[in-house]
Write a protein that binds this ligand. Structure first.
Ligand SMILES: *Cc1c(COP(=O)(O)O)cnc(C)c1O
Length: 382
């Protein structure tokens, strides 16, 4: 009989099923900076919390199990996790990225790391020809988000993985939107999976965190060394909050997705809405492809209004839903990518991607669906 357990069991129990020393059901928070030595060359295996902390280690093992990875490394935020991946590259290296992606990832590549000559090209990765055309001798990696942020474009992970294998490139997939509950990029051929654990993994809009998950031991070691050396580690308490959040990941996601499908249908039939971007709608472009590589749709969606003058009314007059950035928490949030999450993307690119004054993004939570729809009816109309 195999020891392997199902996703939900790992989510609830974590890697260690609590603390086996005291029997504590909740994994203890090792709130310490340093660890004592019993003698010279005699360490418990823990020396200093930037290098290794038991609570953070338990979280890392749990996230690795959920993603079917051999190892995971926790970071203080999602962008710290992405930054660690960029430290794998050197001066002159080139990375190809999805053009529709988290605004902070765009800023990191297009501003921060440009100064270090780690160069990037942003293409529409839904068509693999665009990737092939962007390849250079210096290309080292492809970085995908699928579904993308905020227009939910779906990229074929296995197809891109084949291109990567053939050209000896790393495939990095930001899996924040679907989480391993719905999508496991390592199984589809990705080398590195990124998470903003701030979103669905934490799930309560109360803590920041990030992860990199991998199967290759040497990559895991390199990234662990980068994490320890650059210092953007996750604290013991924040690790515990994420462990606690993960216990209900599958329940929260199923309910949030159920709500999101109903809201997407409501918006799709609304006369003031021009288009709904959600992979859970059967007539949406990426529906079939997403279904072939993921078991769910998530609960983040965007929609385009016919009249941009409705935007301030919606953002200021929602009562149940909150006007705030971020996503993946139990609370439903609405945001305006144009001036918020994607503010740092140049105007011309935003217009091309459809991230304009008409676009709003919803992160659907787990409140009562009738309250959510009533709130939307009041501000958008029926
Ligand atoms: C939020 C987000 C990030 C950045 O994560 P932080 O935890 O805010 O640093 C990266 N990728 C995606 C898809 C995100 O939604």
């Amino acid at each position: 009989m195999s020891n392997k357990k199902y996703f939900e069991t790992y989510a609830v129990r974590g890697a260690s099923c609590g603390d086996n020393v005291t029997g504590s059901i909740s994994y203890p928070i090792y709130q310490t900076a340093t660890f004592k030595h019993a003698g010279l060359n005699n360490s418990t295996g823990y020396d200093y919390s930037r290098v290794k902390n038991p609570t953070t280690e338990e979280l890392e093992k749990t996230v690795a199990l959920l993603e079917n990875g051999k190892g995971a490394i926790a970071f203080s935020s999602g962008v710290a996790a992405i930054t660690a991946c960029i430290y794998l590259f050197k001066f002159g290296d080139h990375v190809i990225l999805s053009d529709d992606l988290y605004g902070g990832s765009f800023r990191l590549f297009n501003q921060t790391f440009k100064n270090f000559e780690v160069n990037s090209t942003f293409v529409d990765t839904t068509d693999t020809n665009n990737i092939l055309n962007a390849l250079t001798k210096k290309t080292r990696a492809i970085f995908l988000e699928t579904p993308s942020n905020p227009t939910m474009k779906v990229t074929d992970i296995s197809a891109v993985a084949k291109i990567c294998k053939k050209n000896n490139l790393l495939l990095i997939v930001d899996n924040t939107f679907l989480t391993p509950y719905y999508q496991k990029p390592l199984d589809l051929g990705a080398d590195l999976v990124i998470h903003s654990g701030t979103k669905y993994l934490g799930g309560h809009n109360d803590v920041l965190s990030g992860f990199v998950v991998a199967n290759d031991e040497s990559l895991i070691e390199r990234l662990r060394n980068i994490n320890m050396s650059t210092g953007a580690v996750l604290s013991a308490f924040d690790s515990w909050l994420i462990l606690r959040g993960i216990k209900t990941l599958h329940i929260r996601l199923d309910r949030a997705q159920e709500n999101a499908i109903k809201i997407a249908q409501f918006l799709n039939n609304n006369t003031n809405v021009e288009k709904v971007y959600y992979v859970g709608l059967e007539d949406f472009e990426g529906y079939e492809l997403n279904k072939s590589q993921a078991t769910g749709f998530g609960s983040t969606l965007s929609f385009r209004l016919k009249d941009k003058n409705l935007v301030p009314k919606i953002l200021e007059e929602v009562k149940v839903i909150t006007f705030a950035e971020s996503l993946g928490g139990v609370e439903t949030l609405i945001t305006y990518p144009y001036t918020q999450t994607h503010a740092d993307i140049p105007e011309q690119i935003k217009q091309r991607l459809g991230i304009d004054e008409y676009l709003l993004r919803l992160s659907v939570g787990v409140e009562n669906i009738y309250d959510l729809i009533e709130d939307l009816k009041r501000v958008i109309g029926v």
